[in-house]
Write a protein that binds this ligand. Structure first.
Ligand SMILES: Cc1ncc(COP(=O)(O)O)c(C=O)c1O
Length: 366
């Protein structure tokens, strides 16, 4: 199953390992643990023995300001501290700026710090933006820094011809997170961690007490590469999903969902009472209801869109959560379901329009 996943998204298979963990957060934590232990080892010290309290150089992590909140949780959990997380500025398309990344690394090296990993978004949660992976891989290679791509949601889109080029550099990543429990829709929970350096994960995690030595099979034990010891079978459900869909089926699913996002974007742009807040990327569309000719200020429009989101949920017809984009409340649509089709886009536009109009009446009269 691990090999199938790697082949599907173009991750090098030879010598690599796929771990099936509880989700994207666990996969990010696993990768960043291995990365910081490796950086310490290259610097001549043993993080497992010394911990972070022996006055060594500061370990520093780089991630886009658009990266998922689990990245911040990782630096907190690892004891790195958020003061040592560099949130790199994104461009107008919400993609990490390579020039800003380079400057931050150079500044830290000058200050005597120890950069240990770069986390690039392979589909940012908020906007679906894909960081310029190839350019970031060049910088990672130049400075000898571990490159982790968080593609928990988006990396399956490597199978969509419209996005395949942007995901080609997954092959250059040291590790990649991608979740079978998102686009592949296997029952919770399952997040895959792909790594080109199984031996470095083993160096960070392996601990075999006497009571576990006997009965050790030839195949590597997952617990040697992760924090968890007892380990459930997550492979079977992933096997079932991929065996049923095949490469063609997974490609069709992600391509269709991404196409629906483009269709929704076109429909939103054509509606006078709707406004796009970010370009559609992958299957994510951020938009809001902003009725023309009404006396609603910015705060009222934010409040209106929160009400619309709640009303959509209460209708039971769709799930349209809010987020913030450029400081504005946004309705965030994300197509992932295997049954989504064009009729869902039309339905959603009509639903938001109808609910938006009546909620705007209420808000205005209040
Ligand atoms: C890009 C990204 N990374 C990490 C995560 C965390 O994944 P999980 O909820 O499986 O821990 C998510 C989940 O929303 C995500 O979108």
């Amino acid at each position: 199953v691990g090999r199938w996943i790697m082949e599907l998204v173009g991750f090098p298979v030879e010598g690599s390992l796929c771990l099936l963990l509880s989700g994207g957060s666990a996969a990010n934590l696993n990768a960043l643990t291995a990365a910081c232990h490796h950086a310490a080892e290259r610097d001549g010290w043993n993080l497992r023995a010394e911990g972070l309290q022996s006055g060594r150089q500061r370990l520093v992590l780089y991630a886009s300001e658009e990266s998922h909140s689990s990245v911040q949780k990782c630096v907190e959990q690892l004891g790195i501290g958020t003061n040592n997380l560099r949130e790199i500025q994104a461009d107008a398309g919400f993609r990490m700026r390579p020039d800003a990344l380079r400057q931050a690394i150079e500044r830290d090296l000058k200050a005597g710090h120890l950069p240990f990993a770069i986390v690039a978004c392979g589909g940012a949660t908020n906007t679906g933006a894909i960081d310029p992976l190839d350019e970031i891989a060049d910088i990672a290679a130049e400075f000898g820094i571990w490159l982790h791509v968080d593609g928990a949601f988006g990396a399956w889109a490597a199978l969509d011809p419209s996005y395949a080029g942007e995901f080609k550099a997954l092959a250059r990543a040291d590790s990649v997170t991608l979740n079978p429990h998102k686009w592949l829709q296997v029952p919770l929970d399952c997040g895959a961690l792909l790594t080109q350096h199984p031996e470095l994960h083993r160096a960070a995690f392996s601990l075999t007490p006497d009571y576990l030595v006997s009965g050790h099979s030839e195949a590597p034990w997952p617990c040697e590469y992760m924090f968890q010891l007892t380990y459930g079978n997550r492979a079977l459900k992933v096997w079932a999903a991929i065996a049923r869909l095949g490469r063609k089926g997974v490609a069709e699913l992600v391509t269709r969902c991404n196409g629906l996002a483009k269709l929704l974007e076109a429909r939103v742009r054509a509606m006078p009472d709707f406004e796009m807040l970010a370009p559609a990327s992958l299957s994510v569309v951020n938009f809001r209801y902003r009725p023309a000719g009404r006396s609603l200020d910015g705060a009222a429009i934010d409040a209106l869109n929160v009400r619309i989101s709640n009303a959509v949920s209460e209708s039971g017809e769709s799930h349209l959560p809010t987020t913030r984009v450029h400081g504005k409340t946004s309705l965030r649509a994300c197509f992932l379901h295997y049954e989504n089709d064009e009729s869902d886009v039309e339905h959603l536009v009509r639903l938001v329009s109808r609910l938006g109009s009546s909620l705007a009446d209420q808000l205005e009269s209040a």
